[in-house]
Design a protein around this ligand. Structure first.
Ligand code: IDP
Ligand code: MG
Length: 149
């Protein structure tokens, strides 16, 4: 089964959006296999966003991500990387479609509430930054036989 890394950023946690975001993903049929609230140290922010280290927005991004606890999660499902990105919506909430998390719950690219891995390779790398193999729980959703053909 495919896996992806999803992180509710500190604005999402502080605004009380953890429950509604998890509900959207659960209702879609995705399976939550790991979750923890965590304050990211600078080293893990740099690893998480390594492709953006040299960008002009990186210092602001780092301060934002370190401003409070994040909700770190691993989700499972067929095609989950793309499905999670679709549920999350475009990076800039001004362009994110209504019905998406960023389209419905955010206004500003610098406070866009949530992160989702952009490819299966990124997902594997990002899961490894924040979780160890034994953090990932193996269980069956009781509706699994209804979710897939
Ligand atoms: P993504 O989160 O949709 O994958 P990326 O381009 O990978 O988008 O950017 C990572 C994060 O960096 C964004 O989610 C956002 O928090 C932040 N970011 C990207 N571009 C800007 C910008 O122009 N200004 C401020 N923050 C930005
Ligand atoms: Mg990205």
């Amino acid at each position: 089964m495919d896996r992806t890394f999803v992180m509710i950023k500190p604005d999402g946690v502080a605004r009380g959006l953890v429950g509604t975001i998890i509900s959207r993903m659960e209702n879609k049929g995705l399976k939550l296999v790991a979750a923890k609230l965590d304050r990211l140290p600078e080293s893990r922010v740099a690893e998480q966003y390594r492709e953006h280290l040299e960008k002009p927005f990186f210092p602001g991004l780092k301060a934002y991500i370190m401003s409070g606890p994040c909700m770190l999660m691993v989700w499972e499902g067929n095609g989950v990387v793309g499905i999670a990105r679709s549920l999350i919506g475009a990076t800039n909430p001004t362009e994110a479609a209504p019905g998406t998390i960023r389209g419905d719950l955010a206004l500003d690219i610098g406070r866009n509430v949530i992160h989702g891995s952009d490819s299966p390779a990124s997902a594997e790398r990002e899961i490894g930054i924040h979780f160890s193999a034994r953090d990932l729980v193996d269980y069956t959703r009781c509706d699994e036989s209804l979710l897939y053909e």
